[in-house]
Design a protein around this ligand. Sequence first.
Ligand code: ZN
Length: 427
Amino acid sequence: MSFMPFFGDQAGLAAHQLKGLQWTVRHAYEGSDFYRQRLHQAGAAPEDIQSLKDLQRLPFTTAEDLRVGYPFPLLSVPLTDVVRIHASSGTTGKRKVLAYTQKDIDDWAHMFARCYQMAGLTRADRVQIAVGYGVWTAGAGFQAGCERFGALALPVGPGNLEMQCQFLLDFQTTVICCTSSMALLLAEELTRRGLLGQVKLNKVIYGSERTSQAMRQRIAQGLGAELFDIPGLTELYGPGTGLECAAHAGIHYWADYYILEVLDPETLQPVEPGQTGEMVVTTLCKEAAPLIRYRTRDLTRLLPGDCACGNLLPRHDRILGRSDDMIKFRAVNIYPGQIDHVLSAGQGVGSEYQVILEHGEDGRDYMTVKVERAPEGRAGEDPALAAAIAKRVKDTILVSAKVEIVDYGSLPRSERKSQRVFDRRFA
Ligand code: ZN
């Protein structure tokens, strides 16, 4: 069974998108006071949507709208039709809560099954799901998608390195789903115990944090596995709305379920093709909490052209950071993803780094980049390595940074998201 869509060509996809957009605007207008008011304010009515270009007439929705509408924001169906809620974790203030109808749950499982198909799994695969179960979307999404696809799910949950290693051995897991930090810990732990030869792992599906090229290489080499980046946003069902393909040339996204715009976060106009901007999403068949031009704050760019893997679904680059994470340093806007890029572009460094911003006694701001030497690197070469990195930072991000090379393994690792930027300027 295939979970891929069949539209024939791009015109077929566009026709499908227009139908979905028309349905969504009508559905939200009729089902939600919030959306009806918002559309009225913008002077837009459902019958105005005659082509995909009319998307630009529609108003934006934001995370703030979710907070205001708590506990059932954007709800466009009667509550009796809601079969589940999920919420995002770890944000300040009220959680973002999203409601799902049974059809929403089914659509999400279908999208997620498509991810496993794109990663090249078969029903013989054994999938260790080492992500959070609970009110957030990760565990439920990976689990339902795996069962829909027909592979064997091992719902282990996050953390618990001991049990993860045990299950990898005992169940001969072939695919693990986790954060990249967890994958790196596993690679290091299996190496330390000399167990690498006894595990059958060949794929890692990782998500929920930005991951540098250097870190990907360490994980891929450490585990001897192929890596697939999976994007996910609670507001947009959860993880599984796209996947990195086997050509490893960006993330194919499920354009038959949502429209992706990439806009300049300041002007809210489309960026030039291929330029980085904020992802703005509009769902095409989401019932309980449809999204109309929802500002995700995630930064990425669209990748033009056909993919070497042959799949015709469009692609975006990996998530390069969040527009909220932007650091202002000496009047330059820096996204943490840019620092990953700089460090990944060279040889000799490990995957872990920290960026420290401080306010000097002379009244100026200073940046220190601490980066781990590669395990095979020699301390004697540190000064040359530091100078080379400082030059690349200067050339590409246009700021001066002091670079310190530290021993491999000396920066903290975490099973969840690692904090890498320490802004001490206002402490
Ligand atoms: Zn591809």
